[in-house]
Design a protein around this ligand. Structure first.
Ligand code: PEP
Length: 269
């Protein structure tokens, strides 16, 4: 259910557990994982689940999950262009045409290995929204930036340059994922305090630009070594609305336990 900004007091923002499969799994493994997750979705569950397979399997996974409630599919990336002579690229209209709902934009691996900067990412966000794809916009600092005290400004700049060209309605379509680079795939997660501090900063920044209701409506996910063991305490933080999960999303049992952790937190609210 979309958050209703007119009734901010009665509606909760979406709680999301998203799995980023990255460049892992072959076809048979991807389909088996899809089946295992889909087969154990609970009709009464409040958590929205997103799976993000590699492009090659996106169509089939999306078809498989088409009629399932509370589970959606995301692409891991998209082009900033709609069509044309861009060999190897996949555009937002193509992704939208196969029934995919979300696209991850600005993952730190795209920033690092493919030199994607905030200005390019702003174009991707625009292109995604033009085609009714909901962006999951990633931000997060490196260890060096954190150790030198620049982390807040780095994340601030990523949000401002990547998202603040949007109007209010477009902004409300976005999901943000705070993923400190030093926590991704390292087994070292941010502490709940570190996550909460950054999420609160991001929400305040959005509030300053778009107003409190918009800021309160946006789901901000934490990503970086989320596991069944640490998910609950991270999801317990006031401004942490779920997780973007890499490694632990490749094993159905672990991923489902992370979803259960969010359900547990929600059951106490
Ligand atoms: C990610 O790739 O977005 C991620 C958070 O990975 P991991 O959970 O493996 O740290």
């Amino acid at each position: 259910m979309k958050y209703d900004t007119e009734n901010a007091n009665v509606m909760k923002r979406k709680k999301i557990v998203a799995g980023n499969w990255k460049m892992n799994l072959n076809y048979a493994e991807a389909m088996a994982l899809t089946d295992a997750i889909a087969g154990r979705m609970n009709e009464n569950q409040e958590t929205e689940v997103i799976v993000s397979p590699p492009f090659l399997f996106l169509h089939e996974v999306a078809s498989q999950l088409k009629d399932k409630a509370m589970i959606s599919v995301a692409a891991q990336n998209c082009s900033d262009k709609n069509s044309g002579a861009f060999t190897g690229e996949v555009s937002p209209p193509m992704i939208a045409s196969i029934g995919v709902d979300y696209v991850i934009i600005g993952h730190s691996e795209r920033r690092k290995y493919f030199y994607e900067d905030n200005l390019l990412l702003a174009e991707k966000v625009k292109g995604a929204l033009r085609n009714s794809l909901l962006p999951v916009y990633c931000c997060g600092e490196t260890l060096e930036q954190r150790n030198s005290g620049k982390h807040v400004n780095v994340v601030k700049q990523q949000i401002e340059e990547g998202l603040f060209h949007l109007d209010k309605m477009q902004m409300e379509e976005c999901v943000i994922a705070y993923e400190p680079v030093w926590a991704i795939g390292t087994g070292v997660n941010a502490t709940p305090q570190q996550a909460q501090e950054m999420h609160a900063m991001i929400r305040k920044l959005i509030s300053g630009k778009y107003g409190e209701k918009t800021a309160e409506s946006i789901s901000i996910l934490y990503g970086g070594s989320v596991t069944p063991a640490n998910a609950e305490e991270l999801f317990n933080c006031k401004d942490v609305d779920g997780g973007l999960v890499g490694g632990a999303s490749l094993k159905a049992d672990d991923f489902l336990r992370i979803i259960d952790a969010m359900e547990k937190v929600l059951s106490r609210e």
